[in-house]
Design a protein around this ligand. Structure first.
Ligand code: FES
Length: 161
């Protein structure tokens, strides 16, 4: 009888030992998986993916003569004047608010601190330190108006169609 009790005690201790071994191995496995994930993130290039600065503004004939069209998504104005097409950044040069075209006044106005600009981007009044920049504009091989938001050009360089 006492021998049987000792057998049970040994079996119970063995089960406990096996349990702790499995628990330890499981913990090591989880730690190894976490280390592998962090190592993968560390080794991966830390790249910030931004949208392309090139905007396809569509067909030139879609713009009426003497029109100012704000593309809110890309933050540009596409303007068709009698001299040709040009694109302006719609981002205020003061603190970066998105400006709006005021057709009743014929000006571009910033809603944040009141800067005003002519249709050609020159500053009229307000705290903006610089005019709205002209952006490189061209006609693609397919005949679409293209604007490069990352390239500022000299004013009065019109695209004629
Ligand atoms: S952000 Fe346009 S005037 Fe201040």
């Amino acid at each position: 009888m006492p021998e049987e009790k000792q057998k049970d005690a040994t079996a119970g201790e063995f089960d406990r030992r096996e349990f702790f071994v499995k628990l330890g191995l499981g913990s090591l496995g989880i730690a190894a998986a976490g280390t592998a994930v962090f190592a993968y993130q560390f080794m991966s290039p830390n790249v910030l993916y931004e949208p392309s600065p090139i905007v396809n503004a569509g067909r030139p004939e879609g713009y009426a003569l003497d029109s100012v069209t704000l593309d809110v998504n890309s933050g540009i104005y596409l303007i068709r004047s009698k001299e040709g097409f040009f694109a302006l950044s719609a981002v205020c040069t003061h603190l970066g608010c998105l400006t709006t075209w005021k057709p009743e006044l014929g000006i571009i106005a910033c809603p944040c601190h009141g800067s005003k600009f002519r249709r050609e981007g020159e500053k009229i009044e307000g705290p903006a330190p610089k005019p709205l920049p002209w952006l490189r504009t061209w006609i693609s091989d397919e005949g679409d108006l293209m604007v490069d938001r990352s390239t500022v050009i000299r004013p009065m360089e019109f695209v004629r169609v």
